[in-house]
Design a protein around this ligand. Structure first.
Ligand code: MSP
Length: 526
């Protein structure tokens, strides 16, 4: 792989960030950081979707201009992603002048090519989805199945995109490219939706929606949010503005989006790119949803959780524990659940007991028995060393799983390595070996093996828990940044002889969470 371009969905700014938005951004961040560790030039785009009725309404309810409203909420997203160490390369906002130029260019080109045409329209519009729904898509009460609200009947003269022209090509593309849509079973869902795909309305009358990009040469119409929103993936990578960047990174390698917006990405977006004769993305990954205490998050249930509030409630200074929890709560693609209990139990078990304790007790033994020194004789070689073989296997598994966009499985492999190192230290019992002169060397070697496996763990787990990983690396006697360490340099024997630890340097990397702290965290994210 020569380059890696990952893009998340861009979030509506009609409300502040919640834990579902964070889930997607964290998953993308983990994958992005992993590719950086492989020395692959990588670009990570995220941002906000700022036009449309939803936002227009939210702003007018607050009595402020839509732009001021967007500035305020986009600022909240940016702040939240900083708190969560989301290392994006660019944060795009659809209200940027550069983006508006791209959208108008696309729209104009498609009109010129005859792929966008004007016709009158009669349809049912759901403001929640910002899209038209067909009668078939409604539930038994005639409501939008996602928002449980009656769609609005709209009769307008609109511009239409000739989606029907591309549906066969899209079908062929999906069939010819396994892995284009992940998880695999979602590809069938898309193929089914394609069967009844018709031309789609891509504009709205300015009388019904004023907050949007005007149609080129027709001010009475505003470009429909999805064409506007989807084009962010081009603007964000320099299309029409930074050719060098665009040439280097296009097409998108991974679109990381929620299952609810798969249709827009795997049908509409692909058709638009086909019509524009722009190369298609490599993979579209549809992740599942995060529920709260097994219920869907919703304003009406009052269970919308702001991710930062969880950190505050548990007294966490860094986001690592929540990042780790979200990435390991479910297989990628399935829905996952957040509850205080599950969060606390999982991170206490994996990060405090399993990982943190192992590092802490092996370093403490190194200090106690060898004054913190790794002696040259203790350095073990990889051959005939089970822990070394397992560490290398874990590295391979992490790479394989990340290539399949499975951060859950990759994390599972890393935790397996920690489990094995724990079993190994218990079996070898260095505390007994330390008692006799003749088994001193063996004791030093056992500690070496465990610490070396933990050095692997610190590098492999870094994309998930960057702060804890850095702390682990420092405690293992390194003064460099774990983020700069390349996976290709991760070979057995990297732990260097010499004094790496002292009584003062050994500290827990993660303190157990106390449930009493959780308090009143579920402030409505609004
Ligand atoms: N603005 C559109 C996306 C345009 S992309 C060109 C949008 N915005 S959104 O704010 O509603 O959702 C942004 C992303 O967050 C989507 O991928 C969506 O699936 C995801 N999630 C929203 N709620 C979620 C959960 N509860 N759990 C996990 N992800 C969820 O759709």
């Amino acid at each position: 792989m020569e380059k890696f371009y990952i893009a998340t969905a861009i979030d509506y700014v009609n409300g502040p960030p919640h834990i579902g938005h964070a889930y997607e951004k964290i998953a993308s961040d983990v994958i992005f950081r992993h590719y950086e560790q492989r020395g692959i030039p990588a670009f990570f785009l995220t941002g906000s979707d700022e036009h449309g009725i939803k936002i227009q309404k939210a702003a007018s309810e607050k009595g402020i201009s839509p732009q001021d409203f967007c500035d305020d909420i986009a600022g909240k997203f940016i702040k939240e992603w900083k708190l969560f160490d989301i290392k994006y390369s660019r944060y795009i906002r659809t209200t940027e002048a550069e983006h508006k130029r791209v959208v108008r260019h696309i729209f104009k080109t498609l009109i010129e090519r005859g792929d966008i045409y004007k016709a009158s329209y009669n349809g049912l519009y759901c403001t929640g989805c910002e899209c038209f729904l067909s009668e078939r898509e409604l539930d038994d009460d005639g409501n939008c199945p996602s928002h449980k609200t009656k769609p609005q009947e709209v009769r307008e003269e609109n511009y239409f995109f000739r989606l029907s022209k591309y549906k066969e090509r899209i079908q062929e593309h999906i069939k010819a490219n396994p892995g284009f849509i992940l998880p695999d079973y979602r590809a069938n869902e898309v193929l089914n939706q394609l069967k009844d795909a018709e031309d789609i309305s891509v504009s709205r009358s300015r009388n019904s929606v004023s907050w949007g990009i005007p149609v080129p040469d027709d001010d009475s119409q505003v470009i429909y949010v999805w064409i506007d929103a989807l084009s962010n993936y081009l603007t964000g990578i320099g299309y029409l503005s930074n050719n060098e960047l665009y040439e280097k990174f296009w097409p998108t390698d991974c679109h990381m989006i929620g299952k609810d917006i798969l249709k827009f990405h795997s049908i509409y977006w692909i058709a638009i790119l086909m019509a524009m004769e722009i190369p298609l993305p490599k993979t579209i990954v549809a992740h599942g949803w995060i529920t709260i205490d097994q219920s869907k998050m919703s304003k009406s249930l009052g269970n919308v959780i702001a991710p930062g509030d969880i950190l505050g409630a548990f007294g966490l200074e860094v986001p690592d524990a929540l990042r780790y929890f979200l990435m390991t709560t479910t297989t990628f693609g399935n829905d996952g659940n957040y509850s205080d209990e599950e969060f606390k139990n999982k991170v206490n078990a994996d990060l405090a007991n399993n990982l943190g304790n192992l590092l802490n007790r092996s370093l403490s033994m190194l200090v106690k028995y060898f004054d913190g020194n790794v002696s040259p004789e203790a350095v073990t070689v990889a051959e005939n060393n089970n822990l070394a073989a397992l560490s290398d296997k874990t590295k391979r598994e992490v790479i394989e799983n990340m290539d399949k966009y499975q951060p859950y499985q990759a994390a599972e492999s890393i935790i397996n390595l920690v489990d094995s190192a724990n079993r190994y230290i218990n079996e070898q019992a260095p505390w007994t070996l330390a008692k006799n002169e003749e088994t001193q060397l063996q004791c030093a070697q056992v500690l070496y093996n465990v610490l070396e496996a933990l050095r692997y763990v610190s590098v492999l787990i870094y994309p998930y828990i960057p702060n804890i990983a850095q702390n682990m690396r420092e405690q293992l006697g390194f003064d460099d940044r774990v983020s700069d360490f390349m996976l290709s340099d991760l070979q057995w024997g990297g732990l260097k002889p010499g004094r790496i630890a002292s009584k003062d340097s050994v500290k827990p990397v993660f303190l157990r969470l106390d449930s009493e702290l959780a308090g009143d965290k579920k402030k409505n994210a609004n």
